[in-house]
Design a protein around this ligand. Sequence first.
Ligand code: ZN
Length: 647
Amino acid sequence: MSVIDEIKDRLDVVEIISESVKLRKAGKSYSGFCPFHSNTRTPAFAVFPDSGTWRCFGACNEGGDILSFVMKKEGWDFPETLAHLAERAGIELEPQSTEQEAADQAQERLRELLESAVTLFRHHLLQTEAGKSVRDYLQQRGITDATIEVFELGYAPDSWDATLNHLLERGYPMEDVQEAGMVSERESGGFYDRFRHRLMFPIRDVRGRMAGFGARVLDPEGVPKYLNSPQTPLFDKGRLLYGLDKARQAIRREDQAVIVEGYMDVIGLHQAGFANAISSMGTALTEAQLRQLKRFSRRIVLALDADAAGVQATMRGLDVARDALDREADPVFNARGLVRHEGRLDADLRIVTLPDGLDPDEVVAQDPEAWKRILGGAQTIVDYVLEVLAAEHDLEDPKAKSAIARQVLPLIDDVANPIERETYRQKLARRLKVDERALSEWRPQAERRTGRQPAEGTGAVEAPARLSATAALEGFCLAILLGDPELLYRIDRSFQSLALERPRERDFESTEHQILFAALRASLAQDETEPIAHWQSNLDEALLQMAHEIKAGLSELDMGSPKLMEELIANFLRLRKHRLENELTHIRFQLEALQEKDDIRPEEERTERMWGLTREVQSLADQRERLDRALTRSSGRLSSSEFAREL
Ligand SMILES: [Zn+2]
């Protein structure tokens, strides 16, 4: 039995969910108020002990197993969740390789070293004469003592070796001091303190572990204004977000993350009670950062300075040719990059600009309500760019019209959702007062996707006896797709021809398979790397290993065989059928619960809900019928499948 199966076996889904949701028994299931969307009237959240699953029938319309519940509730990633639940279940996870263990220990040492530097800088800020002027400066900027405490602000003394000597005295070896990014190397040999006479901001990862420092200059003439730790094993500025360790709870609670430009902005906003603010390290937002944020909320607002630099950065980003997108083109904002990340991550990214000359911390210091109003005016990226361009040009000028269209159309093309794309095209046409068809004249030549890696690997899966029938089916489907993600396009087409929604994560029962399937989808939704390389570089360690194991379950069989393709499609259909049947059962439970006498809801609401569920049953039953017909057609031609009989 795999660790995950064992966890599910040993832990009671009702017990775990009860810790955060008040559940009430209703027939075979339990119901309560969904913890993932705000609701107080209809208990639309259900837990099914038999299958070990949960589902929200309300706004979220989501469900899953015990792992996905804990991941969503705590905002943890898969390995974190696995480790936590394994511990609760009293199961030992596989010991790490000695190599991994050594690397972990080395990182742990660097973290301790950085913690020691935090303490040193805090001492210099709070207890020295030189620190007094820095405290005065902070006070003058309205930063309270409590905030200094929470954000652990510090002062790096005006010295070439005070920090270095302190760390060496503490017993840290020179290599570690260097590896942690606390010193710079002299050309003549030897080392000196990287941070001197600066206000220090400790930067922690999402779990609150030390990663590095940001440092603000204190002399008005000093450059650079902000200096960060260099790239180190712990400090990756393309992944870290300042303040996320303190903001994660608020981001989830408010279902919104606000990205501001500077560390002081984050601190000012938190102090004013807006604890969902974070900032990047002064570079353009990366997909890794957005992916991390999305674990807490898919609604992300980017608050940009109003100064011309911000606006120009937008436009510069747009002018950059498609080929050059991978280069770090501009420091803050890259509209096309963001639109693509947004689509790939299925996030909701919006932009606001701040009033002229004001930083977010100044806005809230004047009037906290003003900050809410500003956020309320957030625009989608395309709308924002269109507005900025429209404000800069004379819209009656035909040349200006074509200039705007040429810039905005490629951006619209990058929007993932076809309905949104169409809406933006109409909006652009209206704004420019041209016929929608005329827009196509300004469209750049259609670009062709570059060649993809040919199909790799062959084989059929041997279903280990211990796996449940569904798990084996899921493994089969994933094993083949991991070897050749593009086969998913053919499966999509088959589903479409049956008027069925294309396969989704939810067709897979277990969280780990859902994540792997999502990684496959994501690998196809991008064209920067080969799909295989993409999923391989975007999975956590534990999942990557799982993916390789699943893939290795395949043995000799001709991948190009039409029979195999047919079997793959049939198995996807079986997964869908299984999912529909589960959903039907769940809805029946809900209907039973609605008929219970002690339901406290008003009659009207219950009737309406009953009708809604009945309609859903009808639609699911229709889909199942289409599936059954398709499966009957194909089963005559399938012979080798061990899986065909399983479901
Ligand atoms: Zn919900």
